[in-house]
Design a binder for this molecule. Structure first.
Ligand SMILES: [Zn+2]
Ligand SMILES: [Zn+2]
Length: 203
């Protein structure tokens, strides 16, 4: 029996002559003091309460109040430790899953970035091709106007050659391949392209 358990009135320790009981108010009283008090009332706090002898037959709730704190703590810490380990294992499993998923998403992101880079290159090449086409068209228009001014008899020859002009589009979206026997320089002098006068259309 722990050292602190004694009668709350006379402070005698439990023994053959001092049987302890616990009241529902929480006070501990010995059989001698209990006899001095009123029936159904705690002689210390005067509250109306029931008194139960303190013994091995006491309820689990009462026993728990008098149990060894160290063993209660050990029991609870063991239980807490078990729960923590169980939960940590599941949390770790979920974390690994998220990490793997994250790695996969990063791979997808990298591929998408590379595709975007490739697309940008293609767009740049296509824009350059369009610029060359526009430049060529301007030159051809200028040439037609010039020819129209010289005379009607030469018109069919020039217009016929214009209709047969062709420019190769960018191959694989990045290389501009142009072959021909005539070179045209744009008005700014920066962009040049070779035009092919095709007769059969083949290259
Ligand atoms: Zn007492
Ligand atoms: Zn009391």
């Amino acid at each position: 029996m722990p050292y602190w358990i004694c009668c709350n009135s006379c402070f005698n320790l439990p023994g053959p002559e001092c049987q302890l009981a616990v009241a529902s108010c929480g006070h501990v009283i010995c059989n001698v003091c209990f006899q001095k008090g009123k029936q159904g009332e705690c002689m210390i706090c005067k509250a109306k309460c029931q008194v139960t002898p303190l013994s091995d037959k006491s309820s689990a709730e009462v026993k728990a109040l008098f149990s060894d704190v160290n063993s209660v703590a050990t029991k609870h810490f063991t239980e807490i430790s078990k729960v923590l380990l169980f939960q940590a294992r599941h949390q770790k499993r979920l974390l690994v899953h998220y990490q793997k998923r994250n790695e996969k998403l990063e791979e997808v992101l990298l591929k998408m970035k590379q595709e975007i880079q490739q697309m940008s290159k293609t767009i740049t090449a296509q824009n350059a091709y369009i610029a060359k086409l526009e430049s060529t068209l301007q030159h051809q228009r200028a040439e037609n106007i010039e020819v129209d001014g010289r005379g009607l008899f030469r018109k069919p020859e020039i217009s016929g050659s214009v209709q047969r002009l062709s420019i190769s589009p960018p191959q694989d979206g990045c290389v501009i391949n142009m072959k021909g026997d005539r070179e045209l320089v744009s008005s700014t002098g920066r962009s040049r392209c070779l035009l092919q006068r095709t007769t059969g259309g083949g290259r």
